[in-house]
Design a protein around this ligand. Structure first.
Ligand code: ZN
Length: 208
């Protein structure tokens, strides 16, 4: 009997006429918009919603189901994925923008095209003394396992080196063109490896 049913526009519930009156007085109805807004944010757990609204966790679980939200478990999984993505090192964010499929292992390590990639930071370092003193970038060989290491440079670019070129513990290089010759401790050909994204192979899709 459709006439005896009413539809609550706030909660999107269908209720009998008798139940409707009671419904409009309920916590669920009065806080319906708030509950829905919280359920839309995957990082707010059912338990947290229950605590804030003053319902039981089980009631929130039932409401979420009726309102058509994913289960608590899958919301939790989505939340974890979102958090990881937010914390992802810049190299992987950039790789994704370039169309590479990034399988995160941690914040600073991921598989790209089957290659274990990690990100580290390069920092400025003074070399030499007096008039021979100049500033260059210093990088350290990571102790972690990797196939490709990307050092983030202070200007936002990346020095991307394959493992076979990382036979140093610590080394320096000048990221800019310079008349100065390198010293034994500075390998200037690294400049050619700045933004050498081709080391990762082909992106899955063309850059858009
Ligand atoms: Zn309602």
């Amino acid at each position: 009997m459709p006439n005896s049913m009413r539809y609550c526009q706030t909660c999107r519930f269908e209720l009998s006429k008798r139940g409707f009156k009671r419904h409009t007085l309920s916590v669920v109805h009065r806080k319906g918009k708030l509950i829905r807004a919280m359920l839309e944010r995957d990082c707010i757990t059912h338990a947290e919603i229950a605590r804030r609204i003053g319902l039981t966790r089980e009631r929130v679980r039932q409401l979420a189901q009726v309102m058509g939200f994913a289960t608590g478990r899958s919301r939790h999984a989505i939340c974890r994925m979102e958090r990881r993505r937010k914390e992802m090192a810049e190299f992987f964010v950039e790789a994704q923008k370039r169309g590479f499929a990034v399988e995160l292992l941690g914040k600073k390590s991921a598989y790209i095209n089957g290659k274990l990639c990690i990100q580290r930071q390069a920092c400025w370092h003074d070399v030499g003394r007096g008039e021979y003193k100049y500033t260059c970038l210093s990088i350290r060989r990571p102790s972690a396992k990797f196939d490709i290491c990307a050092w983030k440079l202070p200007d936002g670019r990346f020095l991307i080196l394959p493992k076979k070129l990382t036979g140093f513990t610590q080394t320096t290089f000048n990221p800019e063109e310079s008349d100065r010759l390198g010293t034994n401790s500075s390998s200037h050909y690294y400049r050619d490896y700045v933004e050498r994204w081709s080391l990762l192979g082909r992106p899955r899709r063309a850059r858009g």
